[in-house]
Design a protein around this ligand. Structure first.
Ligand SMILES: [Zn+2]
Length: 542
């Protein structure tokens, strides 16, 4: 039997283990036909076979980024404004003003990257600074971590927020000043309309933005993503699902999308069941549900085991958990019982512990369920909980590049030296036998997997500056490659189909522009794929 396509290289990584081999992969239609040595694979080359021959280029299963926010990222990429590294509201405003002058046809500004913890003054910004730039175009500037959004008056108007419509109870989320005026700062659920915007823009524009994003994913060798987007609130019309399905129906989707909507409030899972049935095969699927247990340490809303230290007048303050332990246990037990794995956002060690407790309770209540329960982020982990990932079969979903967003000065003030010294844990969980998965949480940081790998193996900013004192808490290159391939498929529950190069599996394959496994870490920066194949189709070729 001859293959439609053959890829040859002296550096093939299967998705598991700590080695590469010299050989090739034969592909027919959407599947891998054979994986083996050169002589074995050359048998499959016939007159019509397309042969891709590489030397010293790493071939691996298509990269899986298991935790991103597609629509938000697609909208932000459209503006191409980066507020990363800014030190003040004025500096952000100057960048936005400059962009608008160069792009006068823009009808919406959505740009991210700023962090209050990195500003010279930690005072919240106000809408008037942005109103000075425009009162006609909505301007929405989420922080890099997405928890705060700074907007102008036009955006407030578009979202229907006025000082009359925002109740005193909601003023925590849609900030008011002492005079009762809206300040232009939206927090947590107050920022939801920003994340729902994609559903309201005209379909042609939504499609253009999504296709731009998917093209970039393919350039990086990414063939599957987990979409944990805020707009997929299960009780709303899941418009995001439909956008993706429409692209699939038109044969334009170049990426498999695994969606995790928020857990049903009523725990009947009626809506989840209906969606899962509707999205059970093809490129758009719904494997499970997501939940939040805290905010972010950078805003002191991450839930900690021991209190934050920067508010001496408030010694009990250690973040407010989104669910009580009882509520979280009930949700996780019910979701697992109904057959849905749960992925829980936890940045602080207190939230991580509560989630592990809930997963433990579910294991007790439900017995062997085999579901891929995950704790997302884990910016801080208590030493007593390190072994529990292995013990409970819970996956640690890590985004190493997030350490590049943190401010040492702020972290020392907020959590102190000892805890800063064990922030962004990676190696300890792996050494304890736990599963550590790699993702970016795009657009919190860019989708670029190679910067994420660089951060995981160096704990450095992209310019080489070290972050934090725990220099040895790094992953090695094999752990990162595994975290982006087989582990990704395992998180999504599709390791029988994807995540490794094996006969019978789907032909999702990336060829990277370099050896990767033994290159200097700085060489990873700016890396791209040379060839990306998804479902047997070439979706990108450099
Ligand atoms: Zn996220």
């Amino acid at each position: 039997m001859k293959a439609e396509k053959v890829i040859l290289s002296n550096l093939i990584y299967s998705g598991k283990g700590r080695e590469v081999f010299d050989g090739g992969i034969a592909i027919n239609a959407d599947c891998i036909l054979a994986v083996g040595s050169r002589p074995e694979i050359e048998e499959y080359i016939g007159g019509d076979t397309v042969v891709f021959a590489f030397e010293d280029k790493l071939v691996l299963p298509g990269i899986i980024d298991s935790h991103i926010h597609i629509t938000m990222g697609a909208m932000m990429d459209d503006n191409d404004i980066n507020l990363e590294g800014t030190k003040s509201a004025e500096e952000c405003a100057a960048i936005v003003r400059d962009y608008l002058e160069r792009n006068p046809d823009t009808d919406l500004i959505l740009a991210s990257g700023w962090m209050l913890s990195l500003w010279d003054s930690r005072e919240l910004p106000r809408k008037e600074i942005l109103d000075d730039i425009s009162t006609d175009i909505p301007i929405c500037l989420p922080t890099a971590d997405g928890w705060l959004v700074w907007v102008n008056s036009k955006a407030l108007e578009m979202f229907g927020y006025t000082k009359e419509t925002v109740s005193e109870d909601d003023a925590f989320f849609i900030k008011k000043d002492e005079a009762g005026e809206l300040t232009g700062v939206l927090y947590n659920k107050g920022a939801d309309p920003v994340y729902f915007m994609m559903m309201d823009i005209e379909p042609a524009k939504a499609e253009r933005l999504l296709l731009n994003a998917f093209r970039r994913f393919a350039e990086f060798g990414i063939t599957s993503v987990g979409d944990l987007s805020n707009e997929h609130v299960i009780d709303r019309e899941p418009a995001g699902f439909k956008l993706y399905r429409n692209l699939e129906a038109q044969d334009k989707l170049t990426c498999r999308i695994f969606i995790y909507p928020a857990i049903d409030k009523d725990l009947t899972f009626a809506k989840a069941g209906q969606l899962q049935k509707e999205y059970s095969d093809g490129y758009v699927r719904m494997p499970g549900l997501k939940a939040y247990q805290d905010g972010v340490i950078d805003a002191c809303t991450g839930v900690l085991v021991d209190p934050y230290i920067d508010e001496p007048e408030n010694p009990d303050k250690n973040g407010v958990p989104i669910h009580t332990q009882e509520e979280l246990n009930a949700k996780v037990i019910a979701a697992n019982k109904a057959g849905y794995p749960v992925r829980i956002h936890c940045t602080g060690d207190g939230a991580v512990r509560m989630s592990l407790n809930a997963f433990e309770a579910s294991n007790k209540a439900n017995g062997e369920h085999g579901l891929r329960n995950c704790v997302e982020h884990i910016e801080l982990l208590h030493e007593d909980d390190v072994d529990r990932f292995r013990e409970l079969g819970v996956i640690a979903c890590k985004q190493p590049a997030h350490l590049q967003l943190s401010s040492e000065e702020f972290m020392l003030e907020a959590i102190g030296e000892e805890r800063w010294g064990r922030s962004y844990p990676m190696k300890g969980i792996i050494d304890a036998g736990g599963e550590v998965n790699m993702s970016t949480d795009y657009p919190i940081v860019d989708i670029d997997p190679f910067n994420n790998i660089y951060a995981a193996i160096t704990r450095c900013m992209a310019d080489g500056t070290p972050v934090g004192p725990n220099r040895d808490d790094v992953m090695d290159i094999w752990e990162t490659l595994y975290g982006y391939t087989y582990s990704g498929a395992y998180v999504l529950g599709v390791e029988d189909e994807l995540g490794s190069l094996e006969p019978g599996k789907k032909a999702d394959i990336a060829v990277l522009d370099g050896r990767i496994i033994d290159e200097a870490p700085s060489n990873l920066l700016g890396k791209k794929a040379l060839l990306t194949i998804m479902d047997g189709k070439v979706i990108y070729e450099a």
